[in-house]
Design a protein. Structure first.
Length: 328
C-alpha cells in the first residue's frame, strides 16, 4: 500500500529492482519522499520504463540528482511527457544526452531550459534541432551560445529558422559562421537581417551569389565596406542594382576593382554617378576598355577632366573622340 511504501527506508528503496519499482502504482511512486526518491541509483532510474518514469511527479523529476539524470537513456528522455520534460533540470544532462534529444523534445523545452544550455551543448546540436527551437528561444540564445554554433549548424538552418534570429544575433555571426551560409539562405534573409549582416565576413562567391534584389537591399554602409574581390566578382546586373548614391560613394579601391565587363554593362545613369575624385580617375585601364561613347558623352565636363593621362592614352579612337567632344 502507499503507507507501506512510504515506510521504506532510503536504503531499502536503493536496492529495489527496476521491476519492483515498476510495480508501484503512480500514487505510490508520487508518494515517495524526497529522501526516498533521492536514494534511487542511476541504474534504477535508467531501468525504468517510459510509463513508470512518467508516473513520477514533476516535483520528483525536477529534484532528480545529476547522477540520476545522467542515468536516463535517450529513449527515456524522449519519452518524457511535456510536463516532466519541462520539469527536468537540463543543466544536469550530459552533452551527449542533450545531443540525443529528438526535435520534438527540443521543441518542447522551455525558454528557460534552452537559455541554460552550455555553449558546448548548443554546439553539438544538429541543424534540425536548432531549427526546432521557437523564434523566442532562438532569439533568447546568449552571445556565448550563439557564438558556439558551427558553420555546419548555421548552414543547415532553414530560411525560417535563420530569420528567427534577431538582427543583433545576425550581426554577431563570426566569419566562420557567416561563411557557412549558403546562397539560398542569404537570398532568403529578410531585409532587416540582410542589412544586419557583416558583409565583410562573407566571401566573394557569397556576394556574387546574391540576387539583384538582395544587392538592392544592401545598405550604403554595407556597399562601402565591400572589398575589391567582392566588388570585382559582381555581375553587371548586380552593379546596376546598386543605387546611384551607392555608386557615388564607392572608394577608389572599389572602383579600381571594376572590370571592363562590369563597366560595359553599367547603365549610363549609374556610370555618371561615379565621382570625379574617387570614381573616374580610379578606373583601371581594363575598365576604360568597357566604356561606351554614350557613357563618356553623358559625363559632366568636371568628370571628363578627371580622366588621367594613362586612361586617356588607353582609350580607343572613338572613346577619345567622344571625350574631346565632351570637353569642347
Amino acid at each position: 500500500t502507499s503507507t507501506q511504501v512510504s515506510e521504506l527506508t532510503a536504503t531499502q528503496v536503493s536496492v529495489l529492482t527496476s521491476s519492483e519499482i515498476g510495480a508501484l502504482t503512480s500514487t505510490e511512486l508520487r508518494g515517495l519522499s524526497t529522501t526516498q526518491a533521492g536514494a534511487l541509483t542511476a541504474a534504477q532510474v535508467g531501468g525504468l520504463t517510459a510509463t513508470v518514469l512518467n508516473n513520477l511527479s514533476t516535483t520528483q523529476v525536477g529534484a532528480l540528482t545529476t547522477a540520476q539524470v545522467q542515468g536516463l537513456t535517450t529513449s527515456q528522455l524522449n519519452s518524457l511527457s511535456t510536463a516532466n520534460l519541462d520539469a527536468l533540470d537540463v543543466t544536469k544532462l550530459s552533452t551527449a544526452q542533450v545531443a540525443g534529444l529528438s526535435t520534438a523534445s527540443i521543441g518542447n523545452l522551455s525558454t528557460t531550459q534552452v537559455s541554460s544550455l552550455t555553449a558546448t551543448e548548443v554546439g553539438k546540436l544538429s541543424a534540425a534541432q536548432i531549427g526546432a527551437l521557437t523564434s523566442t528561444e532562438l532569439r533568447g540564445l546568449s552571445t556565448t551560445q550563439a557564438g558556439a554554433l558551427t558553420a555546419a549548424q548555421v548552414g543547415g538552418l532553414t530560411s525560417t529558422a535563420l530569420n528567427n534570429l534577431s538582427t543583433t544575433q545576425v550581426a554577431a555571426l563570426t566569419s566562420v559562421q557567416a561563411q557557412g551560409l549558403t546562397t539560398t539562405q542569404l537570398n532568403a534573409l529578410t531585409t532587416a537581417n540582410l542589412d544586419a549582416i557583416n558583409v565583410v565576413r562573407l566571401t566573394g562567391n557569397q556576394i556574387a551569389g546574391l540576387t539583384t534584389t538582395a544587392i538592392t537591399n544592401l545598405t550604403t554602409t554595407q556597399v562601402q565596406v565591400l572589398n575589391a574581390t567582392q566588388i570585382g566578382g559582381l555581375s553587371a546586373a548586380q552593379i546596376n542594382a546598386l543605387s546611384t548614391t551607392e555608386i557615388s560613394t564607392l572608394t577608389a579601391t572599389q572602383v579600381g576593382a571594376l572590370t571592363s565587363g562590369q563597366v560595359a554593362g553599367m547603365t549610363t545613369t549609374n556610370f555618371k554617378a561615379l565621382t570625379s575624385t574617387t570614381g573616374i580617375p580610379a578606373l583601371s585601364v581594363d575598365a576604360i576598355a568597357g566604356l561606351t561613347t554614350s557613357d563618356i558623352s553623358a559625363l559632366t565636363t568636371t568628370q571628363g577632366h578627371a580622366f588621367t593621362n594613362e586612361q586617356i592614352y588607353s582609350m580607343s579612337i572613338d572613346q577619345a573622340s567622344a571625350l574631346v567632344t565632351l570637353l569642347g
